[in-house]
Design a protein around this ligand. Structure first.
Ligand code: GLN
Length: 545
């Protein structure tokens, strides 16, 4: 029988429910249990794929091609849970299935209503999210308790709990204890009120995880316990972490959350929570003395969440190289306005993925600067496309070379639309999405970094390297080192004469883990570190051996 944990949030958004859910997943895995993780999002978009980074932050992509909430990135970085299209449901997705059924006539003339039809669809989605063999399914409910739009989800999980055997469902409410600087005290009232809202719906939380800036005293825990009807030992502090989000599971374990969850759900665990390697990583992180600085040249650098997985992957790669990676966030538009002088001192340039024309020319300038000055460069998706455009214009002499995405009349569309994309008129969920094979050319840097002939990487784009220009690139110094064999698409480009110059059409940042950095990120940071130490002539295949 699968046991279920529901994680809700109170008082304010951005409390770190996603991180807390991921941390609980890790803790349970480290007790020998198999977990699944899922997010329910109350907004009406069918998925976040069509939303602007200003609205939503990063769109995370799963192997099976779902465009999902960025919390799923935390789930995959912390646990081994296999995430799929069933790992993220929105109100829009739930309603779409119910409305499609209604149109088919499946409801046999009945009035279709929020209760029971929408709530039934939500309960089905929760069952679907628990992959076979799961011991504990963790479902995070997006939004804040008290929002109108999250009501059907909360109602559905209330019903869900009633349908499961007693003791098989656990409710964890993540809440905030605000600190009032003027009076120098932390307040429990917002927590009391948000738990009150939950109880009105019929959900009594079993555990409260209290986000705090300052330590929570025993008296406060007692007070919260009394007013919220939660046992005092189940009021757990989750203090702001000092230097790494990977501290969260260790802190929660230290406060006994692992045992509490196991006891509450009657879980028979193979062992005590073993976070040995995780703790060792945190200890090592504290004592890193080498540093390199990477300039991330993008369009959304002012947003905390737009390049989340990229920033995480850089820190994983830093750990793998035993160095701190300092990130300089550079607006691509600023490169055009202020010139490449703003890149001076960077040990590596990373150009991430993106859509829209704004900032394109700045990215291209930054890439030229990296290429000409021997500064390590890593281009991801649009970043790779920009590297191809830059090389075409400046080295191959293809004046006006561009991507058809932004220049429909360019004389040299070195990046063009895939044939099967030409007919697409719906924007949602129609890009080249999810895992595709990539064959690596022996003798290249990519082949050496991966240490494999074939890899699989996740995609999210409509435009591609234009094969009409392949011969011209093949005759140049740019090596096409990764190809998709099924559709003969260029996946990786590199410049062997450069210390490190790699562009990838896919999104490697979705597959990096704290204890298993992605190989291309690892190689990039290694090259940046070399650059910081005065550089070396070239990161040749031999020197990597
Ligand atoms: N806009 C480009 C495309 O659709 C790149 C997408 C991306 O960087 N994710 O092909």
């Amino acid at each position: 029988m699968v046991k279920h944990i529901f994680v809700t949030g109170g008082v304010v958004s951005s409390l770190g429910k996603g991180l807390t859910s991921a941390a609980i997943g890790l803790i349970l895995e480290r007790r020998g249990l198999k977990v699944s993780l899922q997010k329910l999002d109350p907004y009406i978009n069918v998925d976040p794929g069509t939303m602007s980074p200003f609205q939503h932050g990063e769109v995370y992509v799963t192997d099976d091609g779902a465009e999902t909430d960025l919390d799923l990135g935390h789930y995959e970085r912390y646990t081994h849970a296999k995430l799929t299209k069933s790992s993220n449901f929105t109100t829009g997705k739930i309603y779409s299935t119910v409305i499609a059924k209604e149109r088919r006539g499946d409801y046999l003339g009945r009035t279709v209503q929020v209760i029971p039809h929408i709530t039934d669809a939500i309960k089905e989605a929760i069952h679907e999210g628990a992959t076979p063999g799961t011991d504990v399914a963790i479902t995070e409910i997006g939004g804040t308790v008290g929002d109108i739009e999250s009501l059907p989800f909360l109602e559905a999980v209330r019903q869900f709990a009633l349908e499961q055997p007693r003791g098989d469902v656990l409710f964890i409410h993540v809440t905030l204890l605000p600190y009032l600087r003027a009076s120098g005290e932390m307040k429990t009232k917002p927590t009391q009120q948000s738990v009150g809202k939950l109880r009105e719906i019929g959900i009594q939380p079993d555990i409260l995880v209290c986000r705090t800036e300052k330590p929570m005293t025993r008296e406060m825990a007692q007070k919260i316990s009394l007013f919220c009807n939660v046992r005092p030992e189940a009021v757990i502090e989750e203090r702001d972490v000092e230097f790494s989000i990977y501290e969260v599971p260790v802190d929660l374990c230290r406060l006994g959350l692992d045992k509490l969850v196991a006891r509450n759900l009657g879980l028979e665990c193979e062992r005590d929570t073993d976070l040995g390697d995780w703790k060792e990583m945190l200890e090592n992180l504290k004592s890193l003395d080498k540093t390199c600085e990477i300039a991330v040249v993008g369009k959304y650098i002012q947003l905390h969440d737009a390049y989340k997985s990229i920033y995480e992957s850089l820190s994983h790669a830093g750990y793998a190289n035993r160095c701190k990676v300092k990130i300089r966030k550079v607006s691509a538009e600023d490169v055009l306005v202020k010139g490449t002088a703003i890149l001076e001192g960077a040990d590596g340039i990373l150009v991430p993925g993106g859509f829209g024309e704004r900032g394109i020319e700045g990215k291209i300038q930054a890439i030229r600067w990296a290429r000409e000055n021997g500064v390590p460069f890593f281009g991801i998706c649009l970043g790779m496309q920009c590297a191809v455009i830059e090389y075409a214009r400046d080295v191959l002499g293809l004046e006006g070379a561009h991507t058809l995405e932004h220049s429909p009349h360019t004389p040299h569309p070195v990046i063009s639309l895939m044939a099967d994309q030409a007919e697409v008129d719906q924007k949602g969920g129609t890009m080249r999405l999810g895992a595709y094979d990539c064959e690596l050319r022996p003798g290249t840097l990519a082949h050496r970094l991966y240490g494999a002939d074939h890899v699989s990487e996740r995609h999210r784009h409509r435009f591609e390297f234009n094969n009409d220009y392949r011969a011209r690139f093949e005759a140049s110094d740019m090596v096409l080192s990764g190809l998709n064999p099924q559709r003969d698409l260029v996946e990786i480009v590199e410049l062997p004469e450069h210390p490190f110059f790699v562009g990838v059409q896919f999104h490697p940042e979705f597959k990096s883990r704290p204890l298993a950095a992605h190989p291309v990120f690892r190689g990039f940071v290694e090259a940046a570190l070399e650059h910081a130490n005065g550089g070396r002539p070239s990161m040749t295949v031999e020197s990597l051996a």
